[in-house]
Design a protein around this ligand. Structure first.
Ligand SMILES: Cc1ncc(Cn2nnc(CCOP(=O)(O)OP(=O)(O)O)c2C)c(N)n1
Ligand SMILES: [Mg+2]
Length: 560
């Protein structure tokens, strides 16, 4: 029995659990979109531009834990989407980028085409995408389409990376075989000998340590190992920390959770315990300049075991082909409990006194703003923190069990959070996300608020209006860090036009903020609060972090 290429793709996307996809039309993908629309189990979310559609797909992956898909037109659409797909690569998200492509006859007929570079080479978009995906294919032959589509989907799910599928515009409705029954598996299993040897070595070293600690890393989620980590944490009794880009992957209400390990800007007392421990097991950690605060974190490789997605790295021995999930699971069964690091932590941990509010007329500060946001959090919250001082203020929030926290710390492309909030809302309708978006970032992608309004989604957006690029100011200031102020609250009314339901207001004082939060929370629709903050009011941690990152960026060139 048969179907069309476009319908084949739609049924496979439905089969892997997708319920929505993001799209911007163009004459290379219109027939393809018609085929997708025939599938009533998939809903199209039309976005204002392809970059934001990609950021929305990024957020959708984070919300659902599964794959997402974006449909764009050739070149003008695809090359705009590119930056979001690169971000998905950096963040290990299975985003399926689908582009319409030139008619299969064009190149052979030396036909010059619109939207292209004006050259008779139509492979360039796939070549470019091959750099930011785990697989990039062009579908010209309907008989090959099922194999190419299935292989690309399998690659995305197995390696947790984006893939690129280009479908020639005259192939989208071509006849092909209907999908055969098959499974789309996840990661492959470990090599049993290597796995056992790695676990035995870890048990030997950890059992000999007096104050071992456990640190959650960003790859825990992308490689499906959060539950295994939780089991290990419960079994070993060690003090636990999370790296900043893994915040929320481990329950912050757990009795042995110390906080965020981020060198000098981590939770007070946490960095000291990790840095002074005689053995740290990092599960899925990444040690970039940003996650180590310009390498100011005192990570001593001779005291570190790194459990990576596909290997375990000891100070002087690496075990290859060991899956993170299986390593943590097996280790949990073999480690004897040791609360040495927890005892040490309890001796030094600081009770952070809750901030006393000012008067209703007191001008707002970031600390007062975030003490209010803290009070809003519950088990079904999801905080989406944009690159900027929001990282540092968001990082200090104390997440209730079950609350989610999203940052794009590996790629850090500002503006991501607007589309990501759209996609997260679509993917997790049972949560009301709270987005922390700086004014600078917002100005790159603001128009996707109109899509949030269009689909009746209900995030609460805190637009942190400090007049510019504060995170950059603290790394390295200059006139380029000042931006033109907008009337952000008014923008929501612009996007509402005659039928939108967006709520917005400004808040300059503590009283106005309390009132704004009350109204936004009560509003049955999207809400944006334009919070006015002094240009130099940023978290202490940003000041510390900015200095270390600037110093690291400024390392002099070495010549030999
Ligand atoms: C796409 C993209 N372009 C430029 C940058 C560099 N950058 N990183 N952070 C910033 C400033 C962010 O400013 P805001 O969003 O206002 O954040 P804060 O003022 O720090 O709260 C820039 C300009 C970036 N990270 N991503
Ligand atoms: Mg700003």
């Amino acid at each position: 029995n048969s179907t069309t290429v476009g319908s084949y793709l739609a049924s496979r996307l439905e089969e892997i659990g997708m319920k929505h996809y993001f799209a911007v039309p163009g004459d290379y993908n219109l027939v393809l979109l018609d085929k997708l629309l025939e599938n009533k189990n998939l809903e199209m979310i039309s976005c204002c531009n392809e970059l934001n559609a990609g950021y929305a797909a990024d957020g959708y992956c984070r919300a659902t834990g599964g794959a997402s898909a974006v449909f764009v037109t050739f070149s003008v659409g695809g090359l705009s989407l590119l930056n979001a797909v690169a971000g998905a690569y950096a963040e290990d998200l299975p985003l399926i980028a689908v582009s319409g492509g030139p008619n299969t006859n064009s190149e052979a007929e030396f036909e010059m085409l619109h939207h292209t570079l004006g050259l008779l080479d139509y492979d360039y978009q796939r070549d470019i995408f091959s750099k930011v995906t785990a697989e990039a294919v062009t579908i010209h032959d309907p008989r090959e389409a099922p194999t190419q589509i299935d292989h690309a989907i399998q690659t995305a799910l197995r390696f947790r990376k984006p893939v690129y599928i280009e479908i020639a515009c005259n192939i989208a409705d071509a006849v092909t075989s209907a999908p055969n029954v098959r499974s789309f598996g996840g990661p492959t299993a470990s090599d049993p000998l290597s796995l056992n040897a790695a676990v035995d070595r870890a048990v030997e070293l950890l059992s000999a340590a007096s104050k071992p600690v456990l640190v959650a890393g960003v790859k825990l989620r992308s490689f499906g190992a959060e539950a295994n980590f939780q089991k290990l944490a419960d079994a070993c009794g060690y003090a636990i920390a999370s790296m900043p880009n893994a915040k929320g992957f481990f329950n912050e209400q757990h009795s042995h959770y110390m906080g965020i390990y981020w060198g000098p800007v981590g939770t007070p007392g946490c960095g000291e315990i990790v840095d002074s421990s005689d053995l740290c097991l990092f599960a899925g950690g990444t040690f970039t300049d940003y996650t180590t605060t310009g390498h100011a974190a005192l990570i001593n490789p001779s005291k570190v075991i790194q459990a990576r997605p596909n290997s375990v790295v000891f100070p002087n021995q690496t075990f290859s082909n060991v899956k993170l999930t299986e390593f943590l699971e097996m280790l949990a069964k073999k480690l004897k409990p040791n609360d040495g690091s927890m005892i040490a932590y309890n001796r030094i941990k600081e009770e952070i006194a809750p901030l006393r509010p000012g008067t209703p007329e007191t001008e707002l500060s970031t600390r007062q703003l975030f003490s209010r946001i803290q009070q809003m959090l519950g088990p079904d919250s999801a905080v989406i923190a944009e690159t900027g001082d929001s990282w540092f203020n968001g990082m200090q929030l104390d997440l209730p069990e079950g609350a989610r926290f999203e940052v794009q710390m590996q790629y850090g492309s500002i503006g991501w959070s607007v589309g990501a909030t759209l996609g997260f809302c679509v993917g997790a309708p049972d949560r009301r996300p709270i987005a922390l978006i700086g004014d600078g970032s917002f100005q790159l992608t603001a128009q996707e608020v109109s899509t949030i309004i269009r689909y009746g989604l209900k995030p609460i957006i805190f637009l942190i209006n400090n007049g510019g690029y504060t995170i950059e100011v603290e790394i390295h200031d200059g006139p380029y860090n000042t931006i033109k102020n907008w009337n952000y609250a008014e923008l929501v009314h612009v996007f509402n036009a005659e039928d939108g339901n967006g709520f917005s207001c400004k808040a300059r004082t503590e009283g106005e903020l309390d009132e704004a939060i009350k109204q936004a929370t009560a509003h049955d629709g999207p809400a944006l609060i334009d919070v006015l903050i002094h240009r130099d009011d940023c978290s202490k941690n940003l000041l510390v972090w900015g200095g270390h990152v600037a110093k690291n960026n400024g390392r002099p060139p070495r010549f030999h």
